[in-house]
Design a binder for this molecule. Structure first.
Ligand code: APR
Length: 391
């Protein structure tokens, strides 16, 4: 069992990479811990940046999102001073999101990869990557039947997320930048049609609430939540009461309620591993950097990094040109830190400081001023739009 490139993880990063390498005739395999059904149905993010769509189009991977995704270019801020809308699709670079549930994208990528004859092993968990500093790294796995196995590779692409084997196998020299933003969300999927034709961000004295369309009958909501409280502590009635209260505006009707079909507690954290390359181990997607979910950058960074990594590996295998591989980490980190900075800005915009002391009061006054500037300054709005949809 060997492949030139062993890819860990069948998320957006691993499957984009697998498709691009396979199409270029490079011998690769994807090892995925979960089973096929789980990979195809796991609900995650849903907002694709214009650049992500361009990358997927370039490689013939955008048919599904063109057919079933829909363009989106408006967000609405609801504050104590009333609400205002930003048609970000007409601001900044004039780019819009494509709303397309991540599990649908993953399903498309998987189908395309398998139809093209790509190799994937489900229910195969990578345990560790060894000898990453040498030319022949190996991946120790637990096979679907529970037995241990080993894959040999020339390169290992760690696309197995934040808790995967790639991160566990990093040499001690790897830097990990981590930030806990001190904010917790309850992430919800409701069996209800969207209540706004916009992304909704409510900044209420009780805390933040968010609204994001997914499909005609599924809507994603977020509620700022008490840290440490289990996700099932609140009844559905209590959740809807909180959403109704925090998202209320006099100008708009009530929210469409529905059954809560999924809930998860999300601690807002960010991290970056630096560099993204350690010898023959290369990181992409959440394995490389977790952007806090406040700006929907995760899947978009994953696809961008996968394309850069594929191009670098193709240069290496087809022309023995390793310059792009040498530059891979630096190029990704520029995008990663841009996304991190904007996510951090969003978190500070959307959440009141925790304390009631003078410093918190100062920060809260600055936050109000920031919102006001966003409401009134066209230049600020252009900057917001460029960063919000851009990557
Ligand atoms: N061995 C094999 N596979 C693994 C292992 C392991 N040890 N650990 C995790 N995996 C698999 C997971 O089951 C998952 O399918 O790796 C995959 C990682 O996929 P994602 O978590 O979707 O990560 P990524 O491709 O980097 O995409 C980032 O996904 O986390 C969301 O919101 C985030 O949108 C972002 C995007």
């Amino acid at each position: 069992t060997s492949a030139d490139v062993v890819i860990l993880g069948a998320g957006p990063a691993g499957l984009t990479l697998g498709n691009l390498l396979h199409a270029a005739g490079i011998d690769c395999v994807v090892l995925e811990r979960a089973d096929r059904a789980h990979v195809r149905t796991r609900a995650r993010a849903g907002f694709l940046a214009a650049n992500t769509v361009r990358i997927l189009e370039r490689h013939g991977l955008a048919d599904g999102l063109h057919r079933r995704g829909h363009p989106h270019g408006t967000c609405e801020f609801r504050t104590g001073n009333g609400s205002f809308r930003l048609d970000y699709g007409t601001l900044g670079r004039g780019e819009r999101h494509t709303v397309y549930p991540q599990q649908d994208l993953v399903t498309d990528l998987l189908t395309h990869y398998l139809d093209a004859g790509g190799r994937i092993r489900f229910e195969t968990e990578a345990r560790s990557v060894r000898e990453v500093t040498g030319p022949r790294p190996t991946v120790d796995v637990r096979e679907a039947d529970g037995r241990p196995g080993r894959w040999r590779a020339r390169y290992v692409a760690g696309c197995d997320g934040r808790h995967g084997a790639a991160r566990r196998s990093l040499p001690a020299s790897a830097l990990r930048h981590h930030r806990d933003h001190g904010v917790t969300w309850l992430g919800l999927l409701a069996e209800a049609p969207p209540s706004l034709d916009a992304v909704g961000y409510a900044m209420h004295p009780d805390g933040f609430a968010g609204h994001m369309a997914r499909t005609a009958d599924i809507t994603r909501y977020y509620l700022q939540y008490e840290p440490g409280v289990p996700g099932d502590a609140w009844s559905e009635e209590r959740i809807w009461a909180a959403l109704d209260r925090r998202m209320y505006t006099a100008e708009h009707g009530p929210l469409h309620h529905g059954r809560i079909v999924q809930r998860s507690v999300i601690n807002l954290e960010s991290d970056v591993v630096e560099p993204l390359r350690h010898g023959s181990l290369l990181l992409a997607g959440d394995a490389a950097s977790l952007p806090a979910p406040a700006a929907a950058k995760g899947a978009n960074l994953a696809v961008l990094e996968a394309e850069l990594l594929a191009e670098a590996l193709i240069d290496e295998f087809s022309r023995s040109d390793s310059r792009a591989l040498d530059r891979y980490s630096r190029r990704c980190l520029d995008h990663i830190w841009r996304a991190q900075e904007f996510a951090h800005w969003m978190i500070q915009l959307l959440h009141a400081p925790a304390g009631a002391d003078a410093e918190s009061f100062f920060h809260e006054a600055m936050r109000r001023s920031r919102v006001e500037s966003l409401r009134t300054s066209r230049t600020h709005q252009d900057w917001f739009a460029e960063n919000y949809v851009g990557i």
